[in-house]
Design a protein around this ligand. Structure first.
Ligand SMILES: Cc1cc2nc3c(=O)[nH]c(=O)nc-3n(C[C@H](O)[C@H](O)[C@H](O)COP(=O)(O)O)c2cc1C
Length: 213
């Protein structure tokens, strides 16, 4: 009986040791794979961001390294950002040609809509793109370029064109189309882009400082 208990005890210890070894080996493997892929993941993210930026700004509009031009802006309500956010400064022959902001429209139908907003040095919009959202397929997702041309309606617009009253969807007396049965999403995006234009305008000096670097 004593021997049987001893044998069982040894078996339990051996099993526990084998399990512990497997756990250790698994942990090590995950660590090694993470190390091996971290660089690739960072490079993929870099490329994806550059592709997003290049959708907004033609490559002949800048000759600097756009990703390296990133500055960090403090949290600001006009950008919809509760935390510091990045902006990218495009330059051609050392002159600022455009600034690309990361903007959040907080009041989409299903929450935050993340945008990139590209404003030319003269204050006109070069373009707007949605980079992340949870709006309803077939209704709110018409803000995507793959689903409709609506987002291009910002191209060339500025703080004066239209005036402040026009920076609304048509339903609210502005110039921007809403979608059939879905006004909340476009209303949120129009408001966020307008706020970003105001932010750009109020902080003009900052872009001039950035240009002299
Ligand atoms: C299931 C469901 C999903 C909806 N998704 C959206 C959406 O993604 N974006 C949006 O603006 N409205 C969405 N709506 C409609 C809104 O509730 C709201 O009625 C509409 O935005 C108001 O626009 P309207 O005044 O043109 O009807 C959705 C409604 C339902 C029932």
């Amino acid at each position: 009986m004593k021997n049987q208990i001893k044998t069982q005890g040894r078996q339990i210890i051996a099993t526990a040791m084998v399990l512990a070894l497997f756990g250790l080996a698994g942990g090590l493997l995950v660590g090694v794979i993470y190390e091996a892929t971290a660089e690739q993941v960072a490079e993929n993210q870099r490329r994806a961001m550059l592709a997003n930026l290049n959708q907004l700004l033609q490559t002949d509009r800048y000759d600097n390294d756009l990703l390296a031009s990133q500055i960090t802006l403090p949290a600001d309500e006009r950008l919809g950002q509760k935390q510091a956010s990045p902006a990218y400064i495009a330059r051609l022959h050392d002159e600022v040609t455009a600034v690309i902001f990361s903007v959040i429209a907080p009041d989409g139908y299903s929450g935050a809509i993340k945008l990139l907003v590209c404003i030319n040095a003269d204050g006109t919009l070069n373009g707007v793109r949605v980079v992340q959202h949870r709006e309803t397929p077939g209704l709110g997702d018409l803000i995507e370029t793959a689903r409709s041309k609506w987002i291009f309606s910002f191209d060339g617009k500025s703080l004066d064109n239209p005036d402040a009253k026009g920076w609304k969807v048509k339903r609210d007396g502005g110039v921007f189309d809403q979608f059939t049965g879905a006004t909340i999403t476009p209303r949120a995006v129009v408001k966020a882009v307008h706020q970003c234009l105001l932010y750009f305008d109020r902080n003009k000096k900052q872009w001039q400082v950035a240009s002299s670097k």
